[in-house]
Design a protein around this ligand. Structure first.
Ligand code: ASP
Ligand code: MG
Length: 419
């Protein structure tokens, strides 16, 4: 195992000094620290966890829209700011919230120390604005915890090995900071405190009966996130799975437990076959004639197109990619000289659940339900735990609701939560 693989290796690289189990990493997103009153509330939550006897490490995002504002400011100064300077600028947002939370904790009479990513030992590669963590050297965190302090770490940033420059981890990267620290410190869990109270069986804005899941497996969460559920960043779920870090997604604004993201055995205690129905209307589907498209995947990768599903039949290749990537995708396909067509009127609906593996009838019921709506699903693709297909965009809502109903996903779950 080389250090450069820290984010992806299927093993836990624990810091030798790690006090396994007693550490809890609690991450708070931008809306959770958006204003002074909320910052004091976050401080209170960290102090409460400390009072329960835990060694507490807090990771915070920048306040509200700070990162967007800093980006806009940079672009106003120069249309293409150097990536190194952009990282110096963007890292400031998290430092501000971190220092403010530490001050609020002091005000409650408890010792706390804020650390930048670099001070916290978050070592990354040298790729500015989307660096990957290669190692966590947590000696300063351990020292502070031993001294009885609450440790605040600025999310979304690190320091590069070779250049010693400040790096950032890509948008939404504070989740990665939190998971990496949990893995390195041997924390039993990583709490992701956010503005939603967990992962739902469907988007509650679409389906009134949607229910918060008590738990979901890493694999199910990865499929749900890839299928359009926006609660957690895909990369941080992969990281957590690879390092065995249990995640707890919950609301900053309430005290109820949220959704646990755990290994499949633990999830299966609940016996629910289907975790949920996810959807997205933010993809375009492309059909490319196979002849002459031999290096399609390579060309799309070079063009930084985030390809999702790729399906290949005898004469054609079908793939989907974000609507945002449309110009780049079209350009890449033209460069390839391929014959292709694009469908931008479709939305993807995905049914996800580990129970599918042992219940083949789920596919049959899915398609019967879609047929009863008078729809013909197109571009069907499956994995052992997911069935995905496209319907016209304006039929997505009806389809999600019908499947949610057909599989009774709104009904109460049988088993207690695995806390
Ligand atoms: N503040 C950064 C962003 O807005 C990182 C984060 O919020 O996790 O992308
Ligand atoms: Mg976020």
């Amino acid at each position: 195992v080389t250090p450069t693989e820290f984010e992806t290796v299927p093993a836990v690289r624990r810091d030798a000094a790690g006090a396994a189990g007693n550490v809890v990493v609690m991450k708070f997103g931008g809306t959770s620290v958006g204003e002074p009153a909320l910052i004091r509330r976050v401080a209170r939550r960290l102090v409460d966890a400390r009072a329960r006897g835990r060694d507490v490490v807090g990771v915070v995002s920048a306040m509200g829209h700070t990162t967007d504002e800093l980006l806009a400011l940079a672009r106003e100064i120069a249309p293409t700011p150097p990536a190194r300077e952009l990282d110096v600028l963007l890292s400031v947002g998290e430092r501000i919230s971190c220092a403010l939370v530490a001050m609020a904790i002091h005000d409650l009479g408890v010792e706390a120390i804020s650390l930048t990513g670099s001070q916290a030992g978050i070592v990354t590669d040298t790729v500015h604005t989307k660096a990957r963590i290669v190692e966590v050297r947590a000696s300063r965190i351990h020292e502070a915890l031993r001294g009885g302090r609450i440790v605040l770490v600025a999310g979304f940033q690190g320091v590069s090995t070779h250049t010693k420059d400040i790096t950032t981890l890509g948008r939404g990267g504070s989740d990665i900071t939190a998971v990496a620290l949990a893995a390195a410190l041997g924390a039993g869990e990583c709490e992701i405190n956010t503005d939603v109270d967990g992962v739902y069986t469907a988007d509650p804005r679409l389906v009134a009966e949607a229910r918060r899941l008590r738990s979901v497996s890493f694999e199910e969460m990865l499929e749900l996130a890839a299928a359009g559920a926006r609660v957690l960043q895909l990369r941080s779920v992969e990281f957590a799975r690879n390092h065995g870090v249990r995640l707890h997604v919950r609301s900053t604004f309430g005290d109820e437990p949220g959704t646990w993201i755990v290994e499949e055995d633990e999830r299966m205690l609940e016996q629910a076959m289907i975790a949920g129905v996810a959807h997205t209307v933010e993809e375009a589907v492309y059909r490319v004639d196979h002849a002459g498209a031999a290096d399609l995947a390579g060309v799309l990768a070079d063009a930084h197109v985030n390809v999702d599903t790729i399906m290949q039949t005898g004469s054609e290749i079908v793939f989907s990619a974000p609507l945002d990537d449309r110009p780049r995708t079209a350009e890449a396909l033209e460069r390839l000289g391929a014959t292709w067509s694009e469908f931008d009127h479709l939305g993807k609906v995905s049914l996800v659940g580990a129970g599918m593996k042992s219940h083949p009838a789920i596919a049959a019921r899915t398609f019967a339900t879609v047929r009863e709506l008078g729809l013909v699903p197109s571009f069907v693709s499956t994995t052992p735990i997911r069935i995905a297909f496209y319907v016209p965009k304006d039929e997505v809502e009806r389809t999600v609701a019908a499947l949610h109903d057909a599989f009774a996903l709104g009904a109460a779950e049988p088993a207690p939560e695995p806390a």
